[in-house]
Design a protein around this ligand. Structure first.
Ligand code: NAI
Length: 429
């Protein structure tokens, strides 16, 4: 591997030994609840599918991600990683990973923009043969600034909706020059991670950060996609009144038929107590909305980038701004109203000071898919041209089967007659 001038986490911490110990303790806990990665890890240790490969990763560096990173390293890879959000890294986990002889971690919490991109470049300096991204920043940096490395890259995998959107846009412009799996789009990922994971962990993070209850609150969920569905359902389950805002007519109708109030944000702004954006879009809550909001509202975002709530406009409107609690910034308006922003408008389930990200079981599924996608792209590289690829369904099923077995859940199989019937077209009435 090429050396990088940017320091790994180990040389950036005062007490690296105790950070490593604490990080390892958290990883051990996560491992106990990740039977899928456990099974995949055993296979990788035996088969060494990544021997001689260099994997570059930009992910939320916390305990569950660390189990994935180690699983890839123990399958024979040299891994270099950094964060995919300035606030979502857990330094102790990053330090524990950096202690592994085949892993270099540059991830650190609280980096500024310049350091964030320097750390990405440090990962790229390892000249990865495979990339694993959450949000596509690594793929973008390689294509924009290091195109000479592309020939050496076999392929990649992308974790989240926003990253897959960006990759598909790049692919449509013929600008994506190696194959990347859309891990986000598999059933085993998005039906669990985006829905249950984002729902549970966003609400838990907001409640823990504010010490406030959901019961009786009016919660405005912007976007009724996979993440929005989870947030709305879990908020309703905790006795909140849920309002949904949407721009897509079928999703607005779906929310209406689920029993939620659906209305434009301009109306929701006047009645909401808590706002959670989950659109993957920009400027969802803007100046006009801030002007209509009640005193004391909570503003948060669960989408990938911090552009859903227009904090610049809010800052312009504010006559004062101060930290109301750890992870909560109050913006005071000239009429005395205070609008409280959680985790700087960055994805709230990962970036608030006490956030832990999705529940472990959910990430076991998402990262199980990531792991087998890396195996697949290396084993069958000839089968994948440059561009975005759906994850082969048999890989998704493989992960579901491991999980069902670990949960002790048995299920039926098709009989030969049923299989034949399902595959035929000539059995009418
Ligand atoms: P999705 O595409 O299923 O849903 C987004 C929804 O937002 C769509 O229904 C769309 O019509 C709607 N929307 C777009 N612009 C809007 C606007 N201005 N107002 C109201 N609604 C609008 O995407 P998904 O999977 O729900 O992901 C959403 C975001 O969350 C993405 O940025 C994704 O990367 C991120 N994400 C975050 C996670 C977390 O841990 N916080 C986990 C998984 C995804």
């Amino acid at each position: 591997m090429t050396e990088s001038a940017y320091p790994s986490i180990s040389s950036q911490l005062d007490d690296v030994e105790s950070a490593r110990e604490e990080g390892r303790r958290k990883m051990d806990w996560a491992t106990q609840h990740m039977p899928i990665l456990e099974a995949v890890r055993e296979e990788f240790i035996a088969d060494q599918p990544f021997a001689g490969e260099r994997i570059g990763m930009a992910m939320h560096v916390e305990a569950k991600t660390a189990v994935l990173v180690e699983t890839l390293a123990e399958g024979g890879a040299d891994v270099a990683l950094t964060g995919c959000n300035p606030l979502s890294t857990h330094d102790d986990i990053s330090a524990a990973l950096d202690a592994h002889e085949s892993i270099t971690s540059y991830a650190k919490r609280g980096v500024d923009d310049e350091e964030y991109y320097e750390a990405i470049e440090a990962v790229i300096a390892h000249e990865p043969t495979v990339t694993v991204d959450d949000g596509m920043d690594l793929v973008a940096a390689i294509h924009e600034d290091y195109p000479e490395l592309i020939d050496g890259i076999v392929g990649g995998a992308e974790e989240t909706t926003t990253g897959v959107h960006r990759l598909r846009a790049m692919d449509a412009d013929d600008a994506l020059e190696y194959p990347v799996f859309a891990v986000n789009d598999t059933p085993m990922k998005r039906l669990f991670d985006n829905i249950h994971g984002t729902g549970e962990s966003s609400l838990a993070s907001i409640a823990m950060t504010t010490n406030l209850s959901w019961a009786g609150k009016t919660v405005v969920v912007a976007g009724y996609g996979y993440c929005g569905k989870g947030v709305a359902k879990k908020a309703a389950g905790q006795n909140a009144n849920v309002i949904v805002t949407e721009v897509e007519p079928r999703r607005a109708l779906e929310a209406h038929m689920e029993g939620y109030d659906v209305m434009p944000m301009a109306e929701a702004a006047e009645v909401g107590d808590v706002f959670i954006t989950t659109t993957g879009n920009r400027d969802v809550i803007v100046e006009d909305h801030f002007e209509r909001m009640q005193d004391g509202v909570l503003l948060s975002n669960a989408g990938h980038f911090d552009i859903e709530v227009d904090l610049e406009a809010l800052d312009d409107l504010a006559v004062d701004r101060y930290e109301a609690r750890d992870g909560v910034e109050a913006y005071e308006m000239d009429d005395g109203r205070k609008l409280n922003v959680i985790a700087e408008g960055r994805l709230v389930n990962l970036a608030a000071p006490i956030s832990l990200g999705h529940p472990v079981e959910v990430m076991d599924q998402s990262f199980g898919i990531q792991a087998v996608c890396v195996r697949e792209i290396l084993a069958n590289s000839d089968a994948y041209d440059a561009g975005v690829h759906d994850v082969p369904d048999e890989l998704d099923q493989e992960i579901a089967e491991i999980k069902l077995e670990a949960e002790g859940v048995e299920y039926d199989s098709l009989s030969d007659t049923q299989r034949e019937y399902m595959d035929s077209w000539d059995h009418g009435t």
